[in-house]
Structures are given as structure tokens and as C-alpha cells.
Design a protein around this ligand. Sequence first.
Ligand SMILES: O=C(O)c1cc(=O)[nH]c(=O)n1[C@@H]1O[C@H](COP(=O)(O)O)[C@@H](O)[C@H]1O
Length: 238
Amino acid sequence: MRERMIVALDFATMDEVKRCLGQLDGLIRYVKVGMELAYAEGPAIVHFLKERGLKVFLDLKVHDIPNTAKGAMRSLARHGVDMVNVHAAGGVAMMAAAREGLEQGTTAGAARPLLIAVTMLTSTGKETMNRELALPGEVEDVVVHYAKMTQQAGLDGVVASPLEVPMIKQAAGQSFITVTPGIRPLGADKGDQTRITTPEQAFKLGSDYLVIGRAITEATDPARAWEKIVTDVEAARI
Ligand SMILES: O=C(O)c1cc(=O)[nH]c(=O)n1[C@@H]1O[C@H](COP(=O)(O)O)[C@@H](O)[C@H]1O
């Protein structure tokens, strides 16, 4: 189960990452490098984390014309990460091009990183989606539509809220991967997230990977926060 809990290292410097990893030493297996850290520290941060034996989800949410997305993925593949992502809203042609680029860039004999697509950001609620993004209907329906597009493009899975996982699995099959942020242990501050669940609920709903950031990284004692989540999930017998 620990292999399926990805800690979001949303920091701006290598020093902050080192401090956080020190606090979580020996506990975590999988981390996420997002835009803040990747733009500040570059590919060196990925190599640093891989050298420490951690799996890395490089979350750069590529969203561009197909040719550019393909080139971006070709470059990202060279860094030996385990998972990368695009925005499903870029469309089927863009996602298929991204996959092609990723395959071209992967070193011969090495495993291709998992390629997943962000559906509707977990910070977006129905009201915002309907009014600002001019997408009518329910968030779940749009998420499932994006999941089907993602599958059609030959990607491995999607990023969504745990709340949508059962519908995604029903539409795309059990082996279609779901990576779910929007995780908040009971009592944790919701912050900018809208579509949230507890870690226990996320696993119960069938999420393959949980992405957890501030509930761990901003805790007074990150190791204790991590262990509490693990204990709660185990107590729920998931
Ligand atoms: O692609 C992502 O990882 C992502 C997609 C999404 O819809 N929502 C979302 O929160 N994320 C990321 O997941 C992490 C969630 O962080 P916390 O809200 O602090 O747990 C952040 O690093 C976000 O960038």
C-alpha cells in the first residue's frame, strides 16, 4: 500500500526537499515532482530522487499542440521517471502524440514511464466547471468522457478525484489506472481542493495511487502524519 501513496514534494528548493525526505526517511517509496520544484531545480532533482531509490511521478501537465507535446515527452523520457502526465483537454491527437514521443525517448530496454492524463482538476467544482469553463452537466460525466478519450489515445490512466474512480473503472475497465489527489485526512484543511476524500475512502473507492501533499509535508511532524494515514488505511482493512 505504501507503494501506492505518492507524496507531493511541492517545494521550491532542493534544501526543502532534503529536509522533508530526512523527516520521512525510510517511510515513503514514491514522490511527485511538480512544476514549482521542476522549474526551480531542473532535471537534477529527478536524478537526486532516483539515486535515493524513490519512484518519481514528474507532474508537468503537458498541454500543447500535438507536435510540441510529442517533443516534450521525448525529452522527459530521458530522465528515467516512472510516471508523467498531460491534460486530457488537449485532445486525443495530442495525447496519442505524447505517447509516441514518450516511447521514442525511452531508452532501449528500459520500461516506458506510465503516461496518464489529468481530467478535471480536483480544485474545480461543478459551479466553476459550468460557468467559467462553459462545460455543462456533472463533473463526473465530464471526467468519464475525458477518461474515455484518454483510453482511446492509448494512455495508461487518468488523474481524477477518488469520488470519480468507480465510474472511471466502470467505463474504462479495472486495469485503467486512477491516480487521485484531493486527499484530506479527517479534520485536515481543505485549502484550494474541492473534490476530496479521506485516504481510507480513496482506497475503498478503488484508487490505484493516492497523491498526498500538504497533509504530510506541512504537518508539524510529517512522519507521524504519514504513519497515521497508513494506520487508518490498515484499520479500515483496505
Ligand atoms: O496532477 C496532479 O497531480 C494534480 C491534479 C489535480 O487534479 N489536482 C491536484 O491537486 N494535483 C496535484 O496533487 C497535489 C495535491 O496536493 P495537496 O492538495 O497538498 O494534497 C498537488 O501537487 C497538485 O499539483
